[in-house]
Design a protein around this ligand. Structure first.
Ligand SMILES: Nc1ncnc2c1ncn2[C@@H]1O[C@H](COP(=O)(O)OP(=O)(O)O)[C@@H](O)[C@H]1O
Ligand SMILES: [Mg+2]
Length: 233
């Protein structure tokens, strides 16, 4: 028998007020490795991440995490169960220093070892500990956001566009860290950089107008002629 999924989503529908954005989404994520969520702007990728962490309610369907139905749980309780989230926007407090952002991210549960591990993973942050996060480069800000989420020791990390606004030279560095992390934890990543996404993730889910248009192993999706059709602007 195959191992049960860490995250299992079935028939998930989500919207804003009366406008429905996601329809009958189904996906499953194992305990380690990465799933990439791809799709054009506006197809509902961020909406899906917000629904998984609990910032948006499910209008239908079910989200199961670590064997438990979390569909009705508020975000903080999902976080306590091991879901981590790096949102696309406002992921760090601009006026707080790097050190303060990390302390707040750890919600009092951070340890000196945890902090040291993050600074080892992202050495650029170590040189900027007392600098306001708002003065960091795009890449440093993304690293800080990832480090904050990791301090809570999630079992699954939701990453919404972790290389958006990041200089090309630093994208590779972030990709390497994520690849290493995915050996020991689960990652769901929304990523515009197609090669990065396919290189990191074993499985891919392509959304189109709020529905799953393609889903499968990265190697198969990579050579599927429909992929570029669904990603073309
Ligand atoms: N707060 C909101 N209120 C109403 N509609 C929204 C809101 N946020 C996003 N949407 C709409 O939901 C759709 C999906 O948005 P989003 O999930 O952000 O897409 P993506 O992340 O794939 O670019 C878009 O049509 C967008 O306009
Ligand atoms: Mg988005």
């Amino acid at each position: 028998m195959s191992e049960p999924a860490l995250l299992d989503i079935q028939g998930l529908s989500v919207g804003y007020g009366r406008s429905r954005v996601l329809f009958e989404i189904g996906l499953s994520v194992p305990r380690t490795g990465a799933l990439a969520v791809l799709g054009r702007n506006g197809v509902g990728k961020t909406t899906l991440m917000k629904a998984i962490i609990g910032e948006l309610p499910a209008l239908g369907g079910r989200i199961t995490f670590a064997g438990e139905d979390v569909t009705a749980l508020p975000p903080e309780r999902r976080v306590r169960r091991g879901l981590g989230h790096v949102p696309q926007e406002h992921a760090v407090f601009a006026r707080l220093s790097v050190r303060e952002n990390l302390a707040v991210g750890a919600l009092g549960g951070g340890t000196a070892e945890g902090m040291a591990a993050m600074l080892e993973m992202f050495p650029k942050l170590a040189q900027r500990l007392d600098q306001p996060a708002g003065t960091l480069s795009g890449g440093e800000r993304k690293m800080l956001a990832i480090a904050r989420a990791l301090l809570l020791r999630p079992r699954l990390l939701l990453l919404d566009e972790p290389t958006e606004g990041v200089w090309i030279g630093v994208i590779e560095e972030i990709a390497e860290r994520l690849k290493a992390l995915s050996k020991t934890m689960a990652i769901v990543i929304v990523e515009q950089h197609l090669e990065l996404a396919l290189g990191l993730a074993e499985t891919v889910c392509v959304l189109d107008r709020g529905r799953v248009a393609l889903q499968g192993a990265s190697d198969e999706i990579r050579s599927d002629p429909r992929l570029l059709h669904y990603l073309a602007p």
